[in-house]
Design a protein around this ligand. Structure first.
Ligand code: SPV
Ligand code: MG
Length: 309
């Protein structure tokens, strides 16, 4: 974990180190596991729990930091603001869900540039049209996406604008989610890989994994070795190791800290809403000292007092 002072601009682990760790993880023997954060505290907890990367979840930031649905209502600069706070408190590589880049061609390129300059390890850009819909939302049937050629053009321009070697651009394919089928999904993945993207996130909500298996088979015939990324929210029975064996380099557990927090808060508030006795929940919630410890309170006070001695 980054030191307490990193939030104050102190010893932030260099962006290069985080980017190197991400790139090495993408080609490693073990699956690289990223977990979704929605704020700095959730990122700290992911860090101390021993995961490999932090995913800045658009769904999580929308719901938890802004109380808004995941429909492109949170802007690029709002996401960047939350991302900076997250990146400052973790030594893990941070992979940012930048939705569809918040608009058209110029927005995609600017988004990637701004996040690269902010020092994050990676950005993920999806091919949903603006305004997007969260991929897990069951209401939407077959949807239109940004045309493949246009999305590839945006991604290629973003890669060409890249200023550092280590930064990673992940292209996210929504074709399976949008109901376009395996062939269309593979065509998009190939186009985005050929545009220079460093990894492909193939999203699916098929619980049986048949779609994903079909995609992997088609992808296998292309000869491309760009790493693949899975988000198994709706096929949760498959472990990261099983997904690695199937061909995924990275697995994103995108929203579990958010859902755990909401459930814990709801349970606590329900108990408190009885006669408002704090003791009713005390044994089931984090101790105040634990929160002090997580944000390095003692170290901060010691450092402050040492200066005046
Ligand atoms: C997110 O965490 O915001 C994601 C993953 O994009 S999903 O919600 O599964 O689309
Ligand atoms: Mg998202």
């Amino acid at each position: 974990m980054a030191s307490w002072s990193s939030e104050l601009g102190g010893r932030v682990p260099p962006a290069d180190r985080k980017r190197r760790a991400l790139r090495e993880g993408l080609v490693g023997e073990e699956p690289l596991i990223a977990v979704g954060a929605h704020d700095a505290m959730s990122a700290r907890l992911i860090d101390v729990s021993g995961f490999d990367a932090v995913w800045v979840s658009g769904f999580g930031v929308s719901a938890m930091a802004y109380g808004l649905p995941d429909l492109n209502l949170v802007t690029m600069s709002e996401t960047l603001d939350v991302t900076r706070r997250i990146d400052a408190v973790t030594s893990l590589p941070v992979v940012v869900d930048c939705d569809n880049g918040y608009g058209g061609f110029g927005n995609v390129v600017r988004t990637v540039c701004e996040f690269e300059r902010a020092g994050v390890a990676a950005v993920c850009i999806e091919d949903n049209l603006f305004p997007k819909r969260n991929s897990l939302y069951q209401g939407a049937a077959i949807r239109e996406l940004v045309p493949t050629k246009e999305q590839a053009r945006r991604l290629r321009a973003a890669k060409q604008a890249q200023e550092t070697d280590g930064f990673v651009l992940i292209a996210r394919v929504e074709a399976l989610i949008a109901g376009h089928g395996v062939e269309a999904a593979c065509e998009r993945a190939v186009a985005y890989a050929e545009a220079g993207c460093d990894a492909i996130l193939i999203h699916s909500k098929d619980k049986t994994l048949q779609q994903i298996e079909g995609f992997l088979e088609a992808w296998g015939t292309t000869g491309l070795d760009v790493p693949l990324v899975a988000v198994p929210t709706l096929f949760p029975d498959f472990s990261a190791t099983e997904l690695k064996q199937k061909g995924f380099a990275m697995v994103i557990l995108a929203n579990h800290p958010m859902r755990a927090s909401v459930q814990a808060m709801e349970e606590t508030l329900a108990k408190l809403s009885g006669d408002g006795r704090a003791a009713d929940v005390d044994s089931a919630i984090a101790a105040v000292d634990h929160i002090f410890e997580l944000v390095h309170t003692r170290e901060a006070i010691e450092a402050e007092e040492a200066e005046v001695r």
